[in-house]
Write a protein that binds this ligand. Sequence first.
Ligand code: AMP
Length: 145
Amino acid sequence: MSLDGAYDDGNIFAKIVRGEMPAVKVYEDAEILAFMDVFPQAKGHVLVISKTSKARNLLDAEPKTLGRVIGGVQKVARAVNAALKPDGIVVTQFNGAPAGQTVFHLHVHIIPRWEGVPLGRHAEGMADVEELKALAAQISAALES
Ligand code: AMP
């Protein structure tokens, strides 16, 4: 999908927001949801999405939505740092299929990195759900109020 186009209510993240698809949740409030990426590029890979916006990408998004999402990214990244003690954290966001976007509902990746551990391939290799639940519990427990 190019940068231009209509939002598709049938996308997987819209289904997660509506409760039609499961997700291993880390944090949720009225505006945003953070959940574990099921094809993680690293241990503790979390996605942060807007629950209210129909933006497909950064270019579509209302500034207020971006503020909420990036505030959530900071909150969850701090918890990832406290819980998992990575050596670094990558924050990424893709716009349009040629840029690597595969789900067309605005989202931001939080990917912890450790020295000497290569980054996994994007959207490949499904994680064990029980492992994701354990990581989500660790990260949730480290969230600041
Ligand atoms: P992007 O390529 O930036 O659009 O990222 C989409 C991300 O969503 C990829 O990293 C996928 O691994 C991830 N993903 C796809 N389906 C699901 C799902 N049902 N639950 C959690 N993460 C998903």
